[in-house]
Design a binder for this molecule. Structure first.
Ligand SMILES: *Cc1c(COP(=O)(O)O)cnc(C)c1O
Length: 382
């Protein structure tokens, strides 16, 4: 174990990478090792099992496949690998992250339906069912669990039941819920889900993973191979045969993820979710005290991301407020809603209620220092 490196602690309120513990940071500092060594392989094997365990997957039915890349690599992998020939993808789309999946379809030239719904509400299940009924060639349904662009929670269990009723595989982007909001993969009717190490697991960037149905992965061996580097079956098969990633893994990130997994299991699923909920509630409390309004109805929020409307104050300047907070160790993040000016505050990472209380002291100072009215003002209130 390396001694205390005395690294400044920043509170990240952006939607990942998240604030990490010092023990996770320091877990990266290890003797140089070739990742083809057995010792490294056995660490990845255990990691794959643990990643399935987090979503309560039966190890006989589900497996985890690791990739070197940011979270978007998982969307790419699932879509390009899990679509049989002459079949179609249905993207249930109510936000920026599902739009990313539609763009992946577009880039691979795959047949797809981009079924768009308003970004501030859950998708209409009746419309999804009609679409599935009218398009029997849909073999893959993709959606996002917590639409990180808005913070809205999608009803994946219900969408998954529809996908299965019409014989389609159900893929869910759980990047911004995995290891935070409890998920039971089988009960939620999910065939494949995904995340990356720097979000809910509170580790470093560079490691992403897909957790999904092993039989379906094996079946996909017969599907058209559309990518060399990002093929799910190839990576799975290579792991099974050799215990290694096909190409060089992010070695130091994997060491820090090992430490993060140990810390995850030590904190426990329920306690961790309770902590994120405390942070989320503290964010709402602080925002309300300053008069800020959020975009998504509270009961539709996933409990991890708050999208906040820019005040209608001539002195409001996101960059200046951001910079003031950033210089004092707090990172806030721009929104991802076209047509509405928003910023986001997220409850990810190794932070607790006290950090949020401290943040709002700084945010209030930032507003005052920039001559922005407190409480903040909105046109519709005048
Ligand atoms: C963070 C995130 C991703 C991955 O984004 P990267 O920038 O590639 O890490 C994908 N989907 C969702 C829902 C996310 O929150």
């Amino acid at each position: 174990m390396v001694g205390n490196l005395n690294i400044k602690r920043n509170v990240l309120l952006n939607p990942g990478p998240a604030t990490t513990t010092d023990t996770v940071k320091m877990a990266q500092i290890v003797p140089d090792i070739c990742p083809r060594e057995k010792e490294f392989g056995s660490m990845m094997k255990q990691m794959r099992e643990d990643l399935v365990r987090i979503v309560h997957g039966d190890p006989e039915k589900y497996t985890a496949v690791l990739f070197c890349g940011s979270g978007t690599i998982n969307i790419d992998v699932c879509i390009n690998s899990l679509l049989p020939a002459d079949k179609k993808v249905l993207v249930v789309n109510n936000g920026a992250y599902s739009t990313r999946a539609a763009e992946v379809c577009e880039y691979y030239g795959l047949p797809f339906i981009d079924l768009k719904f308003p970004i501030d509400d859950v998708p209409d299940l009746g419309v999804i069912e009609e679409t599935l009924k009218a398009n029997p060639d849909i073999a893959l349904v993709h959606t996002t669990h917590n639409e990180t662009g808005t913070g809205l929670l999608n009803p994946i269990k219900e969408i998954g039941a529809l996908a299965h009723k019409y014989g389609a595989t159900f893929v869910v982007d759980t990047t911004s819920t995995y290891a935070m909001r409890p998920i039971n993969i089988e009960e939620e009717n999910v065939d494949f889900l995904m995340a990356s190490a720097q979000k809910g697991l509170m580790a470093m960037t560079g490691l992403s993973f897909v957790v999904g149905n092993t039989e379906l992965i094996k079946k996909s061996a017969e599907y058209p191979r559309r990518s060399y580097y990002c093929n799910l079956f190839l990576q799975y098969d290579f792991f099974e045969k050799t215990g290694e990633m096909h190409f060089t893994p992010p070695v130091q990130t994997i060491y820090s993820t090992r430490q993060a997994l140990d810390e995850y299991f030590a904190e426990g699923e329920e306690n961790k979710w309770a902590r994120h909920t405390r942070v989320f509630n503290a964010i709402h409390k602080g925002l309300a005290e300053l008069g800020f309004k959020d975009v998504i109805k509270r009961e539709l929020q996933a409990g991890l991301v708050v999208s906040v409307k820019y005040p209608d104050d001539p002195n409001w300047n996101f960059e200046k407020v951001h910079d003031y907070c950033y210089e004092r160790g707090f990172t806030i993040y721009p929104g991802k809603i076209s047509g509405t000016n928003t910023f986001r505050l997220c409850a990810l990472g190794a932070i607790d209620e006290e950090d949020i209380v401290n943040f709002f002291v700084v945010l209030k100072e930032a507003l005052t220092a920039n001559n922005i009215s407190v409480p903040v003002i909105y046109k519709e209130d005048k």
